[in-house]
Design a protein. Structure first.
Length: 153
């Protein structure tokens, strides 16, 4: 499973927005595009999708721009991905009206895909934008060979 570039860019932009403004100050797509390296047309497209999904609030005109619609701790990775990709589904067969699989009539796994989808979505929902916006913590590399007991205090 791999995210599309668009979903990846949305996560990068939302993380930068959370670090940059903490949901208070207003940003614009140009600033985030420059800061993140996301191409400006893509950043503008993502701002539109994220706004439509209710993750950011945008205002036009002088003093306009956008900001997070709610605190970063209340926005999940699942929220961002779904804003760009739509519902999180591992296979198309879980959609009731789609019949694209040649195994559909005999498939005993199909009834269980919803459990898998819920597990994946749940894992993504447990990762908040606030967590993604924090600087990574680098643990010191442990010494692979412990000191002899006589040297330990």
């Amino acid at each position: 499973m791999r995210l599309s570039s668009l979903a990846d860019y949305a996560v990068v932009m939302m993380s930068a927005a959370a670090r940059h403004c903490g949901g208070v100050a207003r940003l614009n797509a140009t600033v985030l595009a420059e800061e993140t390296g996301v191409p400006l047309p893509t950043a503008q497209k993502l701002v539109s999708r994220l706004s439509s999904a209710g993750l950011i609030e945008s205002t036009r005109g002088t003093g306009g721009g956008f900001r997070l619609a709610r605190p970063a701790a209340a926005i999940s990775l699942a929220d961002i991905i779904e804003a760009v990709e739509g519902p999180i589904q591992m296979t198309a067969c879980v959609e009731g009206n789609r019949h694209e699989c040649g195994l559909e009539g005999n498939c005993l796994v199909r009834p269980h895909w919803s459990i898998v989808n819920e597990a994946v979505r749940g894992a993504l929902a447990n990762v908040t934008l606030a967590r993604l916006a924090r600087a990574p913590i680098h643990d010191p590399i442990p010494d692979p060979i412990p000191a002899p007991l006589s040297e330990q205090v």
